[in-house]
Design a protein around this ligand. Structure first.
Ligand code: APR
Length: 234
């Protein structure tokens, strides 16, 4: 295959085989009602301890897991292809696997920010995953230190850039997302109708099927191997 710009849209399913739970599947994080509340801007504002404890638990879990074969195969593609990963995931497993162009639509669990303005770059910084963020910790501008994560009820920044990248992709691949969450789910509409489009997911993907995506109905690690075989025919 000649050098192409391959764009991936990934979700929680690509990190499932690393041991991080998905949100809506069996045993998904959101199946426990209260967890959706803990991940909301309201909880951070009105009951910050509950929100911070929830993220301290998720951050500690992230420090205990590793990228899986699917993350690594995407990273290895960079040796011959231009690769951009647009992810809804807040874990850093794509980066740890070696991917160098990763756009996090929903933030990054390895970073913290200001509660006054979460996108103020002066206060966005790496923070040890095993150090709990506590009520009263100062972000540097006198506001409460918080995870650099888009909470429920908060604005997703950077969609315009993501849409442009998908629009000019030579190949577009969706991996491990239920496509239930706006605006990220709309990205599948921006891929040019003529380019090869693939989806890797063990579940049903009617939205992708309707748009003519080739569906590898399997796990991310198995599906990535099948995708690489399919690339040989392009
Ligand atoms: N390999 C590939 N896909 C998998 C695997 C696996 N091993 N296991 C599960 N999946 C698929 C499921 O079939 C499902 O389609 O991964 C998808 C997970 O969907 P969700 O749990 O809804 O996760 P996601 O789509 O990433 O959620 C989007 O919702 O709550 C917000 O911010 C949160 O970023 C998240 C967003």
């Amino acid at each position: 295959m000649t050098r192409q710009h391959i764009v991936f849209l990934t979700g929680a399913g690509i990190s499932a085989e690393s041991g991080l739970s998905t949100f809506r599947g069996k045993d998904g994080l959101w199946t426990k009602e209260e967890f959706q509340y803990f991940a909301s801007a309201d909880c951070l504002y009105y009951e910050p301890e509950k929100c911070l404890d929830f993220y301290n638990m998720r951050r500690k879990k992230l420090s205990e897991v590793e990228p899986n074969v699917a993350h690594r195969l995407i990273a290895e593609l960079e040796k011959e292809q231009e690769v951009t990963v647009i992810t809804q995931n807040v874990d850093d497993l794509h980066e740890r696997a070696g991917s160098t162009k990763v756009i996090h639509l929903h933030g990054e669990m390895t970073k913290v920010c200001s509660s006054n303005n979460r996108y103020d770059p002066k206060y966005i910084r790496e923070y040890p995953l095993t150090t709990p963020i506590k009520v009263g910790d100062d972000a540097g501008d006198g506001s409460q230190l918080r995870p650099f994560i888009v909470m429920f009820g908060e604005y997703v920044f950077g969609m315009e850039v993501a849409e442009e990248i998908v629009k000019y992709a030579d190949i577009f691949v969706v991996v491990g997302t239920s496509l239930m969450v706006y605006p990220a789910n709309n990205l599948i509409l921006h891929a040019h109708k003529e380019v090869p489009k693939f989806v890797i997911d063990p579940g049903e993907m009617p939205k992708c099927d309707a748009l003519g995506y080739t569906h590898f109905k399997t796990t991310a690690t198995e599906g990535m191997k099948q995708l690489l075989e399919a690339f040989k025919e392009l």
